[in-house]
Design a protein around this ligand. Sequence first.
Ligand SMILES: Cc1cc2nc3c(=O)[nH]c(=O)nc-3n(C[C@H](O)[C@H](O)[C@H](O)COP(=O)(O)OP(=O)(O)OC[C@H]3O[C@@H](n4cnc5c(N)ncnc54)[C@H](O)[C@@H]3O)c2cc1C
Length: 419
Amino acid sequence: MSASQNVFVAGAGLIGLCTAYSLARAGHRVTMIDKDEVGSGAARGNAGEITPIQVTPMPQPEQLKEIFRGITSNRHYLGIAPLAAPMLTAFGTGFIYNTLPSNVRRNTQNLDQLVRGAFAAFDSYHADGISLAGGGYGFLNTHTSVDALRAFRDEQAARAEMLGQETPGQIMLDGDLHDFEPVLDKHVRAGFLAPTERYIDPSLFVDEVHAKLTELGVEILEHTELVGITNNHATLRTDQGQTTRGFDKAVVATGAWTTSAIAGLAEAKKAHVTSGTGYSYHVQPDRLPGHLLASIDRKTIGVPMSGTLRVVGLMDFSTKIEQFSKQRIDHLASQASAFIQGIADKPRFDEWTGPRPMTPTGLPIISPMKTNPNVIVATGHNMHGLSLGPVTAEVVVSMVEGKPGVVAGSQIDMRPFAL
Ligand SMILES: Cc1cc2nc3c(=O)[nH]c(=O)nc-3n(C[C@H](O)[C@H](O)[C@H](O)COP(=O)(O)OP(=O)(O)OC[C@H]3O[C@@H](n4cnc5c(N)ncnc54)[C@H](O)[C@@H]3O)c2cc1C
């Protein structure tokens, strides 16, 4: 074991919680803070997918036409507020550059270095007694176009093979599909089951990790905001005023707020972490689906979770990090009702919005700061912060201990994740 260090973790979202846990079980003394409460960012209301096959960078060539539709319509899964355009210039330019096929290939290979260790990292948490409850196994991916689903399945099958996972099932059509999953709307023509992908209730996971941290004696300070950081101390703000904290190492895991959290530092300009807001809500249908249901054409997901159905989707870029729009969640509900029967007239509850920390490459940033090498930034996990939380945490522990990052038995190249 490496010598125990005092490590300060800012942000108690999925990445901060996992990082604090992996550090504490490795024997380090950890203090974790959050400006609000544990799990108050994008951690609790997300889709709960742990899906190595689907963890790929968001910038892809087909996104270019989606960007146009996102600016011109608010009845599209992507919503880009015209007023946000000036703020999004650097992010957007980088994003468009990363849709070039050669960049997509490179970014995917780089991300796969982490993806390969995703399930094993969760298994190690589970072995420590952290339950991965509230969900199940198997994504039923569906489409109204048979050809489009065939193309999607081919890509998924190639990724399953590359990751050494079970090949997705064959495509089921019309009657066969509706016999397999009766809650699907009749317009859904084709579907296939990806059996190895799993989903959990992320809110239960947050509570489980939180409880483990308490058990391990981690100091957790809520309503405590990071307002400044140097190479050996952090400046914090609470209702009582400002204080400072010394540390051996610090981890900034402030999700979509990272650019503002490190605003005083030169590297803030390089972070370009931008909020991509998503929504979810719950309904109680008469019959729950047997698996997670994904509409690939509507970019909407229905997750049977802890006895209810969580509907998840949308990606909005606006001038604010967190913004709730009734019009947008109504749009999400109309998309869900178009592919899942029996939910349109059910009351919605637990409406939620959360900010995905988006980066122009689609890759997370896991990197010491050049100007403050004791400060490690771990953020920008885009749509994949749950899938990649525990594996990211393991890499951060290596960084804290000055060792190379090893995932799935191989040393990984950290340069693609540098600031
Ligand atoms: C609708 C939706 C669906 C999603 N579905 C999935 C999914 O199925 N699978 C998956 O892998 N990922 C999913 N994600 C993405 C995932 O939720 C994020 O990638 C993940 O939450 C990012 O973790 P994080 O710790 O970086 O940020 P967060 O979880 O947002 O946590 C950041 C924390 O930092 C705190 N903070 C911010 N600034 C400060 C400060 N200055 N001082 C102190 N604390 C601060 C915040 O209060 C917050 O608690 C989804 C996201 C959304 C929105």
